[in-house]
Design a protein around this ligand. Structure first.
Ligand code: AMP
Length: 288
């Protein structure tokens, strides 16, 4: 595996592969790899001739009071892990390579970014995500790019970006990888002390409780989110949001009919965590 820091070099390497008729898969990441990242790399490896993993802690998607400066970074460990998954290139640019002086473009995707993490973290978050993803697509020109369903709203934002700007890339969303006790894997889980780590399992248990209630035939959004909220409250967690929304438009859902996205964000100890399940109404269970 090659570690590449410049846009020119990654373009040259990908260009050569493409001229040889090779397909290119891209896995965009911010590093601090865990099994969730590795699952995307494996999927990319299975389906492409050249696998590029990007490692860039994108400053523009962090707010002034967020964790940019303390975000976990360990490039040597990440490089070894990406290599082990069979990645061909680790593209790890410096911030100035991606945002040179004078960078002046904003990409704002209206509507779906007004809610959930867009509302909680502010518009800058998904503007930053859209800009860096658009740039990575421009730099690497992948055939396919791999994202995790853990960041369900991000997947929708990226799909909208691709459709609206006619970008020639296919987006693959991969399932959420969890710890044995159900906690969704996240680079931010390292912020959890043992007590917060135990409480953090409440997020997934809360989402499970909503599905269990839906399985009894309950469809009312208030009842379903209350079931989830009770589990969070038991663990002393006050969510930033806990909402049932349409899986495509993210509009609020008042009654579960078919499937809908139940998404949660909460501060647990020193970590801001997110998780989600696709809830299915009782008549749709078994469809998955
Ligand atoms: P990040 O480094 O946190 O920006 O994540 C890079 C990619 O990995 C994103 O597409 C995430 O959605 C995905 N990802 C993060 N955590 C998980 C997880 N637990 N399961 C599956 N994908 C994940």
């Amino acid at each position: 595996m090659r570690i590449i820091r410049t846009i020119a070099e990654v373009r040259a390497a990908v260009g050569e592969a493409k001229r040889g008729g090779k397909t290119v898969g891209l896995v965009p990441t911010m590093g601090a790899f865990h099994a969730g990242h590795l699952s995307l790399m494996r999927e990319a490896r299975k389906n492409n001739d050249l696998v590029v993993v990007s490692l860039f802690v994108n400053p523009t998607q962090f707010g002034p009071n967020e964790d940019l400066s303390r975000y976990p970074r360990d490039e040597a460990r990440d490089a070894a892990m990406a290599d082990e998954q069979g990645a061909d290139i680790l593209f790890a640019p410096e911030p100035a390579e991606i945002y040179p002086d004078g960078f002046a473009t904003t990409i704002h995707i209206a509507g779906i970014t007004d809610v959930l993490d867009g509302a909680s973290r502010g518009a800058h978050h998904f503007d930053g995500v859209a800009a860096v993803v658009a740039k990575l697509f421009g730099i690497v020109a992948p055939d396919v790019a791999y994202f995790g369903q853990k960041d369900a709203q991000q997947v929708l934002v990226v799909r909208r970006l691709v459709r609206d700007l006619n970008l020639d890339v296919r987006i693959e969303a991969c399932p959420i990888v969890r710890e044995a006790d159900g906690l969704a894997m996240s680079s931010r889980n390292v912020y959890l002390d043992p007590e917060a780590r135990r409480r953090a399992t409440a997020l997934n248990r809360a989402l499970d409780a909503a599905q269990a209630l839906a399985d009894t035939g309950e469809r009312d959004t208030g009842a379903l989110t209350a079931a989830a909220g009770a589990i969070l409250a038991d663990a002393g967690i006050t969510p930033e949001y806990l909402e049932l929304r349409d899986t495509e438009t993210l509009r609020p859902v008042v009654r579960l009919d078919g499937e809908a996205l139940l998404a949660v964000a909460a501060n647990v100890g020193a970590a801001r965590l997110i998780d989600n399940h696709i809830l299915r109404s009782a008549d749709r269970r078994g469809d998955a």
